[in-house]
Design a protein around this ligand. Structure first.
Ligand code: BGC
Ligand code: BGC
Length: 606
């Protein structure tokens, strides 16, 4: 018997989609729309419900410290079950690869987006996207929940570091990472139609979180963005136009509201604007428990919420745990004509389209020949380049006397501060775990280690995390000090802050050390923090953002002058929190350091 047309890779995508759709039962269609967490994805559930996609949340791993092989085995296991169902429709597996394959120990951890925004290098973005695609494909993941193209207008937002910039144009240009993830579409590619390059070396991008996620009042996560349509479009929506021109495969919808209406249920912005006016042909996916979260408290009237979300135009539902409730509600809503089959067919068409385009039917399993791409030396060098380019020099010396580049041959230097020797801190949230954590959570080089490697053999490097007055009296012969302080890791709403202060004893350490020793302060943070009261005490100041696993070498080779500084602030550095929100172009703009600011040492090596 001839093979079903949908299995024939030589047929046009749309012919395969409609052939497969025509063979599906209602139950199979509902199943395709469901994305569940790996922890509940048993073979029975995947098979019996015909689940369309599996993900891991930030806290969900097959085992603590699981190896790439364990991840690939797990995902291939899900895939085998999916392929053995009646129609053999593969799942796609999704993960938050937001700065490299960040859930897996040993992956290359790139700087978080705020730092990449400071680097402002489109070619670098494409290369990071390509490296990330290879590292995730090696473990069987074709679907990263990235990039985040939020335009964060207020650093009090706990996701400020996931945003490239407060400036829409900068975000638009950094969104080029999509070309690295998905590949470059041909010039005659139709905007809005998803594109993934052939050959099994590219993945489906996911632009998130549509839209206005970075514009909420006072930067409160998941809350309300108050704006006219013109402003919403001009500030927050333009990067989606670019994403669609590049053929982005999917768009994740924001938890937040626009003028009081939840984005998840916003038919106008989802269906009329994105799908109809902008001709988006890819897939719309909810955020984590996004259906539940349209009520407060979450989860009230699940059936009504689901109806609102699906009728607004959502295609795939990130459930992630309570899938029974989803299937029951869907069956009820469809049989009572509250959701029309035409809407279900639209959703499933889009999901299947993306599955065919990304080559999943032809290559459902992890490509283990890519294993050595995971944490590859070349990717780590790329991350190091990204660190180097993302650093912003905010102050260098007092008057004509420059402190940087630092002298590699100084006899004795002090390295101090909570963030000098801590991989977890320099990587921030979304690293191994959802919130990130302290210490040797993954492989990498700390800033202290980078400094030790960079200085001459004769230089004595003394590390004292929190030196007190007594220590400094007894050790008075330092040539200079490098103080590395910052914020503790956080993610999402847990990172919202009204204070924006340095964590632990950061301010104390600056005061104690910088009043006695000539010092360079390096800030490791997901956003600008309160620093104005201490700037006069410092000789030099560098913003390093959340530089990731290769921070040590990347920072050392700039502060010691092998490379010059390159980064420019992708956000306004405020003086006081009572000025917020304050963005470039605002009236009464009075920043400590303006958007776009960044000094150079003017050495000839770059
Ligand atoms: C976040 C998304 C993320 C998803 C899956 C949500 O809470 O808002 O950015 O992709 O979880 O982990
Ligand atoms: C998950 C994250 C998710 C978050 C949302 C966590 O438990 O691990 O992936 O983004 O919940 O609140």
């Amino acid at each position: 018997m001839a093979e079903a047309p949908y299995k024939d890779a030589s047929l046009p995508i749309e012919a395969r989609v409609s052939d497969l759709l025509s063979r599906m039962t209602i139950q199979e269609k509902i199943g395709q729309m469901a994305q569940i967490d790996r922890s509940v994805a048993s073979p029975e559930v995947i098979r019996d419900l015909g689940i369309g996609s599996v993900l891991n949340g930030g806290e969900s791993a097959p085992a603590p410290g699981a190896t790439p092989t364990m991840w690939a085995d797990m995902i291939d296991g899900f895939q085998e079950v999916a392929m053995s169902t009646r129609l053999g429709i593969p799942i796609f597996y999704g993960t938050d690869a937001v700065h490299g394959h960040n859930n897996i120990v040993g992956a290359t951890i790139f700087p978080h987006n705020i730092g990449l925004g400071a680097a402002r290098d489109e070619d670098l973005m494409v290369r990071i996207g390509r490296a990330t695609a290879l590292e995730i494909l090696a473990t069987g993941v074709p679907f990263p929940f990235s990039p985040c193209i939020a335009v964060s207008r207020d650093p009090r937002w706990g996701r400020c570091y996931e945003s490239y910039s407060e400036d829409t144009e900068t975000v638009r240009s950094m969104a080029k990472i999509i070309l690295g993830l998905q590949g470059f579409p041909p010039t005659d590619h139709t905007s809005g139609y998803p594109f993934v390059a052939e050959g099994g070396r590219y993945v489906m991008g996911c632009a998130k979180h549509y839209t206005g996620d970075g514009g909420t009042e006072e930067g409160v996560d998941e809350h309300n963005t108050v704006a006219s349509y013109e402003d919403l479009y001009r500030i927050h929506m333009l990067p989606y136009i670019d994403a669609m021109a590049m053929g982005v495969s999917s768009v994740m919808v924001s938890f937040s509201s626009w003028n009081g209406v939840k984005m998840h249920a916003h038919r106008f912005l989802l269906t009329e604007i994105l799908k109809q006016e902008m001709s988006f042909q890819g897939m719309l996916i909810t955020d984590w428990e996004g259906v539940d979260r349209i009520t407060d408290p979450p989860g009230l009237n699940y059936t009504d919420c689901l109806k609102a979300v699906i009728n607004a135009g959502m295609d795939m539902i990130m459930i992630p745990f309570k899938y029974e409730r989803f299937f029951t509600a869907m069956n009820y809503l469809i049989s009572s004509d509250q959701i029309l089959i035409s809407r279900i067919d639209d959703a499933v068409t889009r999901i299947l389209r993306v599955k065919f385009i990304s080559g999943l039917f032809e290559r459902p399993m992890a490509d283990r020949s890519l294993f050595d791409m995971f944490g590859h030396k070349k990717h780590k060098e790329l991350a190091r380049e990204a660190v180097r380019k993302s650093l912003v020099l905010l102050k260098n010396g007092k008057g004509d006397e420059k402190m940087l580049p630092l002298n590699k041959n100084a006899p004795k230097i002090l390295v101090a501060g909570s963030h000098a020797h801590n991989i977890g801190y320099q990587c921030g949230g979304w690293t191994i775990t959802w919130q990130g954590s302290s210490g040797n959570t993954t492989e990498g080089t700390t800033i202290l280690e980078g400094i030790k490697k960079a200085v001459s053999k004769q230089t004595q490097v003394v590390f004292e995390e929190s030196p007190d007055e007594k220590f400094l009296r007894e050790n008075s012969d330092f040539s200079y000090a490098i103080v590395v302080v910052g914020e503790l890791p956080y993610a999402e709403f847990l990172g919202d802050s009204k204070e924006l202060r340095l964590a632990v004893d950061g301010e104390e350490t600056i005061k104690t050390v910088c009043s006695k020793v000539k010092c360079l302060v390096i800030i490791v943070s997901g956003r600008p923090v309160v620093i104005e009261p201490y700037v006069d005490m410092m000789e030099a100041l560098v913003a390093a953002w959340l530089p990731g696993s290769e921070a040590g070498n990347g920072i050392a080779e700039v502060i010691f002058g092998d490379f010059d500084f390159h980064g420019k602030l992708s956000r306004t550095w405020f003086r006081r929190v009572d000025q917020l929100p304050m963005n470039f172009g605002d009236p009464h703009y009075d920043p400590l350091y303006p958007f776009g600011f960044g000094l150079q040492m003017n050495i000839s090596s770059l």
